[in-house]
Design a protein around this ligand. Structure first.
Ligand code: ADP
Ligand code: MG
Length: 240
């Protein structure tokens, strides 16, 4: 209980900071990106390499800011009845491309019994990408990432398994803290965001890991309830 309270407290702190600076930073960055693109088109090809790096770094900064924003927007998001499997199928080519570059493989195992769930598609895409990328970043080449779904008694479980380095018990305690990272290029916001996404979905997220063997993240989605559908229609009506 104490750990959860801490997380909420931290999130609200992150939220206040993010809300204050995000918009102010995003606008000038969009302008910079636009002009860079124009300059790139008028520049000799010898500079293309530099432009690519500058644009990539700009996009990286942008994704950090977007993670910040999503973390800050801890409010009711629009949920829709949709297929988790469709989302996974849409993301597979993206993850596959990433894995392929690293010499890793991906396996997807979908349980046909999984029904439609009440989800925010954008958030669940982000969750799966975050977990998938973390898995890949923890593995060397020849590693294998598995995405698996299973229909259980009261909901659906999604497993993201890797054959990577594993996580020590001490680190497992801290994984979901905003800004906790062991990577030189990491933001430490990915899992924190995953946790808040699953809180909004009334779900759960847990880890099982063995050092030197690999890690499995288990994400639990409750079945859609009729009462939730009504409440959700109300939220949608408010937003439209
Ligand atoms: P980031 O990826 O930017 O470091 P995350 O919040 O996504 O931030 O992850 C936090 C930390 O948790 C990572 O730096 C890494 O140490 C650890 N971690 C997350 N997923 C895995 C995994 N699948 N295997 C090993 N370590 C992991
Ligand atoms: Mg990450």
């Amino acid at each position: 209980f104490r750990k959860e309270l801490n997380h909420v407290e931290r999130l609200s702190l992150v939220g206040q900071m993010a809300a204050g600076i995000t918009h102010e930073i995003r606008n000038p960055m969009a302008v910079v990106r636009g002009f860079l693109q124009l300059m790139r088109e008028k520049s000799p090809s010898s500079l293309e390499h530099y432009y690519r790096i500058v644009m990539e770094e700009l996009d990286r900064a942008n994704s950090i800011i977007n993670d910040f924003l999503s973390l800050a927007q801890n409010r009711a998001v629009k949920m829709e009845l949709c297929s988790l499997h469709e989302i996974i199928k849409e993301l597979t080519p993206l993850l596959w491309a990433d894995a392929n570059l690293r010499g890793q493989s991906i396996e997807v195992m979908l349980d046909e019994k999984v029904p439609e769930l009440l989800l925010n598609q954008k958030e669940i895409k982000q969750l799966i990408l975050n977990l998938g990328r973390n898995g890949m970043e923890a593995m060397d080449d020849k590693g294998q990432l598995v995405l698996e779904t299973k229909c259980c008694a009261d909901g659906v479980e999604l497993y993201v398994k890797d054959t990577g380095a594993g996580i020590s018990p001490a680190q497992q305690e801290r994984l979901f803290e905003p800004f906790f990272t062991t990577k030189s290029q990491g933001t430490g916001l990915g899992l924190s965001l995953c946790l808040s996404i699953m809180e909004r979905h009334s779900g759960k997220i847990s880890i099982e890991s063995e050092e030197g063997k690999g890690t499995t993240f288990t994400v639990f989605f409750p079945f859609a309830q009729t009462s939730q559908l009504h409440r959700n229609t109300a939220i949608s009506a408010m937003e439209d």
